[in-house]
Design a protein around this ligand. Structure first.
Ligand code: AMP
Length: 405
């Protein structure tokens, strides 16, 4: 069911609470490392300001678990946002207390403020209805533009829209549209590249995609469980021995369905799980005891790149190795490069894969880079995101029962 969009909301003179996902990474120097989650919210913010709304932004940052931690203040986010929109975004001193209330009460049409970190209040993560009610009392309507948090059942995501008339933000709409189109009407061949640490984290994803894709490309730590299931010894590589029979079933099902299932043919292996450990490249059937696979090898990168270049649609979730470490990041970068050089519709599922694309400066070459790793994973598993389900459907009545206000 299509959700009511902020684009069609009448907001002039109204207080609008916008849930954003400003949970951005920071460098050791304290600077914001990647501001795509902040810039992603700008279309919704600009639309609301232009229409004379009183805009109240809110977000979480990090995991303070209900404690006020100055290191996790949203102050730097407010500076960054102010620079981008060319307008002062003042930050309230508390989240939903007296200071925030006085800020909100004094907002004029076309003005904007940012509430302090939602997770400074324990009620946010506990989905406490009283906390949701407090937040809701600040506003007339609610907009969810926090795609990266839509998989969480937190107060500002699922309970506030039960209280206030709710709308879908532009970023959330773009994410859903791009990913739905890729999965429901893919240009073929449809390739899914899966990596990351564990098979167990991606089982539901594989099961759902099994009904849709033409090719699975498997890299990263999870490849070693599949390789071991085929009878290769994988040394000290990360391998889930309790998932070997599941891995065999997955490969058998793919074969039955005529789906190509590509595993690494060579690997960059290390002596220890350390960034500068002694390393070498070996074929997949020659991983010695006492060594572990930390990246795909050069021949595998070429094989995967070839497949990506011939693809019509590619969805990518998870790195091909320990891409945080330069010595084991080549496979992940090779995949990012192949996607950038190819013609395929390319959907990158957030997290390490998105970081690799951004680091190489290929962001503009992708069809869509999701701002939510966990949320996009849930979407591709075919599950409904709680934050989206909670929003009002198109044509729904705006009236809110008085007892809820
Ligand atoms: P995920 O969150 O499941 O996408 O996993 C991402 C994590 O997988 C990253 O932190 C990588 O360092 C890790 N990873 C990828 N390949 C390997 C590998 N071969 N061995 C150990 N960890 C890996």
């Amino acid at each position: 069911m299509k959700k009511r969009s902020v684009v069609n909301a009448s907001v002039n003179g109204k207080k609008v609470l916008v849930r954003c996902d400003f949970n951005v990474p920071f460098l050791e120097s304290g600077e914001i490392a990647d501001d795509r989650r902040i810039t992603g919210a700008i279309p919704t913010i600009n639309l609301l300001l232009a229409q004379g709304a009183k805009v109240i932004l809110c977000s979480h940052l990090g995991r303070p678990h209900g404690k006020k931690d100055p290191k996790l203040s949203l102050k730097k986010v407010s500076f960054c946002l102010s620079r981008h929109i060319g307008k002062l975004v003042r930050i309230t001193g508390d989240t939903a207390g007296k200071i925030a209330k006085s800020f909100v009460d004094n907002l004029q049409n076309g003005e904007i403020c940012l509430l302090e970190n939602l997770r400074f209040e324990i009620g946010e993560e506990e989905n406490d209805f009283d906390f949701a009610r407090k937040l809701s009392s600040f506003a007339d309507i609610y907009v969810n533009d926090a795609f990266g948090t839509c998989h969480r059942e937190h107060a500002s995501i699922v309970s506030v829209p039960k209280i206030l008339p709710s709308y879908c933000g532009i970023l959330v709409q773009r994410e859903i549209d791009a990913m739905s189109k890729a999965v429901d009407e893919p240009e073929r061949p449809f390739v899914s590249i899966l990596g990351g640490a564990k098979v167990s984290d991606k089982i539901d994803l594989i099961k759902n995609l099994m009904e849709k894709v033409d090719v699975f490309i498997i890299g990263g730590g999870m490849a070693y469980t599949f390789m071991n299931a085929l009878g290769y010894s994988v040394g000290d590589s990360i391998c889930e021995r309790d998932k070997l029979s599941l891995a065999r079933d997955i490969m058998a099902e793919a074969k039955d369905k005529g789906i190509k299932f590509l595993l690494p043919v060579d690997n960059r292996i290390g002596r220890e799980y350390k960034p500068y450990t002694e390393s070498q490249t070996v074929d997949s059937d020659k991983i010695p005891e006492g060594w572990q696979g930390l990246d795909i090898g050069m021949r595998t990168s070429e094989m995967f790149s070839e497949e990506i270049k011939n693809a019509g649609t590619v969805i990518w979730n998870g790195p091909m190795g320990v891409s945080e470490w330069e010595n084991f990041s080549h496979g992940t970068f090779a995949v990012a490069r192949a996607l950038a050089e190819g013609e395929a519709v390319s959907i990158v599922g957030g997290g390490d894969s998105a970081a690799a694309v951004a680091k190489l400066g290929f962001a503009q070459k992708m069809t869509h880079i999701s701002t939510g790793g966990g949320a996009s994973l849930m979407f591709f598993e075919g599950r409904e995101l709680p934050g989206i389900s909670a929003l009002s459907n198109e044509k729904e009545d705006e009236d809110v029962p008085a007892f809820l206000k």
